[in-house]
Write a protein that binds this ligand. Structure first.
Ligand code: GDP
Ligand code: MG
Length: 166
């Protein structure tokens, strides 16, 4: 199995930390250089099940200009090209306008989306379910996966679920 997985989410939700944890030791390619395509390769995870190519797609931000609107269209098109989208959110910060804006745009993309709730090491377990419910009310995520990218909690499960989807 192999496929392309886009990592999206607000700055500081832990996208780089997740990549370092998942791809870090099994790295085939690690590149932060811009590529010619809309999607940049962040890292490739390989094991006996196959290969997952993680991509850094252009971020979706609230446009403040015509150029900004164009960039949002480009970001949406990039998300149509991948097999799966991981939307990372920050369990400690909770839901913000940036998350809501991204989710509104995901409704117009047909690619399946996993909600990855990161930094669970920073919150009480009782706070997690209400937070997940509030996200589920906005969008019907294919999977919801709580993780700590920093401590590596549940990141193996995330990889299992990605392979199941590819
Ligand atoms: P990015 O902007 O989405 O790439 O976010 P980074 O990976 O750079 O992480 C932003 C900050 O959050 C850094 O200080 C990380 O150490 C921290 N961080 C990332 N994941 C976790 C986590 O699971 N738990 C905690 N406590 N901190 C985290
Ligand atoms: Mg980063």
């Amino acid at each position: 199995k192999s496929g392309f997985v886009a990592l999206i989410g607000r700055p500081n939700v832990g996208k780089s930390t997740l990549m370092n944890h998942v791809v870090g030791r099994k790295v085939a390619i690690m590149s932060d250089k811009p590529q010619t395509t809309r999607n940049r390769i962040r890292g490739i995870f390989t094991d006996e099940r196959g290969q997952i190519v993680f991509l850094d797609t252009p971020g979706i931000h609230k446009p403040k200009s015509k150029l900004g609107e164009h960039l949002v269209q480009t970001a949406r098109a990039a998300l149509e090209e991948v097999d799966l989208i991981l939307l990372l959110v920050d369990a400690e910060e909770g839901m913000g306008p940036g998350d809501r804006f991204i989710i509104e745009h995901l409704k117009q993309v047909e690619t399946p989306v996993f909600l990855v709730v990161n930094k669970i090491d920073r919150v009480h377990p009782d706070a997690l379910l209400p937070l997940i419910d509030s996200y589920r009310r906005l969008y019907s995520f294919k999977e919801v996966v709580p993780i700590s990218a920093l401590q590596g909690n549940n990141t193996g499960t995330l990889v299992d679920l990605i392979f199941r989807e590819l």
